[in-house]
Structure formats: C-alpha cells, structure tokens
Design a protein around this ligand. Structure first.
Ligand code: ZN
Length: 433
C-alpha cells in the first residue's frame, strides 16, 4: 500500500484540501479529504490526462522540418503536403528497433508532460518495401514494448490504409509500409490484441473508402479517423465524392461516442453542430495543427453546441499537455481578438480546458477503483488558479504516477537517461542513412 498526501487535489467532485490517496496494486484504494498528513507529501494533485492521438515515430523528426523548401516547390509555399514528403522519407527508413527506441522517448516525454495514457495511431506496419514481417504485428509489438519501457498506458490503434487518394486512387510506393486490405487488416488487429489494448482506425477518407470505414468501425473500438485537416483535402473530397468530408462521414458511417475524429479542422456551421450532437470527440492536436499550418478548429460554436473534444500530441514535435491547451485557447484568441474564449461565463479558462481534456481523454480521475494516474505540480496557488497557472503561466510538473508507479520525479522521467540515449542513437543512424 502506497500513501500519498496532497495539500490540494482535483477530485471528480472538485478541489479538495489535505487529500490522502492510498494505492494498492496500481489502483486507487481510498481518497480522503481533510485528512491528517501521512505518507509521501506533495503540493498539488491533478488526474493524468489521456493523449488520444500520437504518431510516436514522428518524434524522431521533431525540429528537422523547419527549413523552407525551394521556391519552385508547391507554388513556393511550404505546406502540410511538403512536410508529408519529409515524413514519408523518414518513415521509410525506420526499423522495428528504431520504432521501439523513438516511441519509448516520446512516451517518456508524454509522462513528463502530464499524459498518463496514449492512443497510438499506428500505420508503419510492414517493411519499407511492403513485405510483411514474420510477425504481422511486429511494429505493433514494438510500440507496446516502448510503452512498457516508459510505463505509460497504451491503447494501440492500428490504422487501415489502402488508397493513395480520393476516387480511390492507387497508393504510391512510399505508402507501401501502410497498406492492408480488409482481411489482412483484421488479422493485424487480432495479432495486435495479443500484446495489449487495441482499437481500430481508418487513416482518412483519402486512404479508405466509405465502405472500408464502415467495415473497420465494425471491428472494434475506439474508432479513429483523420478528417478535414487540410482545405485541399476538403476540396478534393467535394470534387471526388460531392460532399465535405465530415458531412460525408456523418451521413455514411455510424459515428457515435466511441469515435475520435482527428482534427476536424475545416467544418461548416452545419457539420460543426451535427458532429457535436454525435457525442464523438473531436481529437484536437493544437501544437501540431499550428506547426503544420492546418487552420483553426471552430472551437467556440462546437463547444456551445455541446461537442466533446480530446487532446492529441500527433506529430510529437513538442509534447506537453499544458502547451496543447494553451495553444488551443491562444489560436481562438488570435482569430477572434478576444480573451478567455473557451471559458464558461465567469469561470476559469484553465479549468474549462482541463475538464474538457480530462473528459475527452477518458482517464479515470482521482477516484476509488481508477488506475493511480496522478500528476503533481509545485505551485503556490489555490483552486482553479492552479490550472490557469499550469496552462498559461509557469507551474512545472513535479512527479507523475502511472498505475501507482512513480515514473517522473522533479520533472524528469526516472529512466530518461537510457531511454533518451537509445533514441538518440537511432535518430543519428537514421539521419546518417
Ligand atoms: Zn495524425
């Protein structure tokens, strides 16, 4: 039995003082407020957040795509599509060992950044030429191994990818690692389930037809899909299929609470209201969306219509839950030239953003029976001002527990040295090769 004691803690019912948390077998066994100090003492406890969208391997190219391309390329502008070429080149070189090493670093940094669980949207299934590994779930197994090394909770979301564009168009050779038909995808999902919690995903309406999307969704949950991230994707979808992508999905697939629509950046007012009514979460990845120049999600009308959001670190160019939430709010402020856009009237913006991310991420909170996933902060503030300080000012993460194991101490993952060294060796080899 581990005993932790916090000066203040955010519990499902709200803030409580002098909270003692008892942990047995990784699960919270008791939570007592106004308790006498006992056990290991910390200032503030928050529940760990769920990171609902990650491509862990892309951590290996973080900071390496910030150089402008030649002016002749794509009308002279660097865009998501030029970035994607770099990502394909990098992804083509990755071995299973590289995947495991880089994913472990990304997962350790997620814990340092306040995420205790990740839903890994995984599409690098095969060898670079498309040949199957002896174990079809080899790369999936490596992601679970990386999760084990870092200690984060992992739900693997193997991605169905069959086409190169709307129409459908044939895939390119650079997409060979991603490809499956529905049968081989079902075998892959089954094989991945032997290693841990596994959901399902279709990459996008570019890579999967509506028939594919329905078939994949019938194979499990949660169901993930990238949608409407780029205006070009919306234009191509209208040209090929006669409707906007979110509308098309809502009209042709059983979108419900178990779905995560990743980005959903470009929706008209009708799509925004309709998506909100489904109970599905819009999986927003504000740092990546800013980095890639995607555009701004219509957060205010969507939330006003009762929509759910969740937060993802996506490209993992930076991994920090507070920064994701700050970037989400700042985008809205810059676009509307107003402040505290996503707060409830009279309420704290930090609290609203945190509550939305916590609910959407579906981690258990600090409650009896939940996995002991706790983030402690070192900050002199009370109540919702703690969250405003964490998200908008400076309130560093001190310790993080996942399943009762203390994995971050004084802001650093306890195995960061060896995990980072292994990832660095992999990244240097990839850059040289
Ligand atoms: Zn993504």
């Amino acid at each position: 039995m581990t005993k932790l004691f916090f000066g203040e803690a955010l519990l499902p019912g709200g803030w409580a003082r002098n909270v003692r948390v008892e942990i047995a077998d990784g699960v919270i066994a008791s939570v007592v407020a106004d308790a006498a100090p006992e056990g290991e003492r910390h200032a503030i406890a928050l529940p760990g957040l769920g990171n609902v969208h990650s491509h862990a391997f892309q951590r290996g190219m973080a900071g390496r795509t910030e150089v402008a391309g030649p002016a002749s390329r794509d009308n002279g502008a660097d865009t998501f599509w030029t970035w994607r070429e770099g990502m394909y080149r990098f992804g083509l070189k990755l071995t299973p060992d590289d995947m495991e090493a880089i994913a472990a670093l990304a997962f350790a940094e997620m814990l340092e950044g306040g995420f205790t669980h990740v839903e890994e949207f995984h599409y690098l299934h095969h060898a670079p030429d498309g040949a199957r590994y002896d174990n079809v779930a080899e790369m999936s197994a490596r992601i679970f191994a990386a999760g084990g090394a870092a200690g984060i909770g992992v739900t693997l979301v193997p991605v169905f990818y069959a086409h190169g564009g709307f129409g459908p168009q044939p895939p390119s050779a650079r997409q060979a690692r991603f490809l499956n038909d529905l049968e081989s995808y079902a075998r892959l999902v089954d094989a991945a389930r032997a290693y841990g919690a596994t959901g399902v995903a279709a990459h996008s309406l570019r890579a999967a037809t509506l028939e594919d999307v329905r078939a994949v969704a019938a194979m499990g949950a949660p169901m993930h899909i990238h949608v409407a991230e780029q205006t070009k994707e919306v234009d191509d979808c209208i040209a090929a299929l006669g409707a906007r992508p979110v509308a098309l999905l809502l009209d042709n697939a059983p979108v419900d609470r178990s779905w995560r629509l990743v980005h959903a950046t470009h929706m008209d007012a009708q799509e925004t209201a309709r998506l909100a009514q489904t109970g599905a979460a819009a999986a927003l990845c504000p740092i990546t969306e800013a980095n890639l120049g995607d555009g701004l999600f219509p957060a205010k009308p969507y939330l006003d219509a009762g929509g759910r959001i969740a937060i993802g670190s996506d490209s993992n160019v930076r991994i920090d839950a507070a920064e994701e939430l700050r970037t989400l709010e700042y985008g809205q402020r810059l676009a509307t030239r107003t402040r505290n856009v996503l707060a409830m009237p009279g309420g704290s913006t930090g609290r609203r953003l945190f509550d939305l991310a916590l609910e959407g991420g579906e981690t258990g909170g600090i409650a009896i029976g939940a996995s002991a996933d706790i983030v402690s902060l070192d900050v002199a503030a009370e109540g919702d001002a703690i969250l405003d300080a964490w998200i908008f000012a400076r309130a560093p993460i001190d310790c993080v527990w996942r399943g009762g194991r203390k994995l971050v101490e004084a802001g650093r993952h306890v195995a960061k040295g060896p995990i980072a060294a292994r990832a660095r060796a992999a990244m240097e080899r990839l850059r040289a090769g």
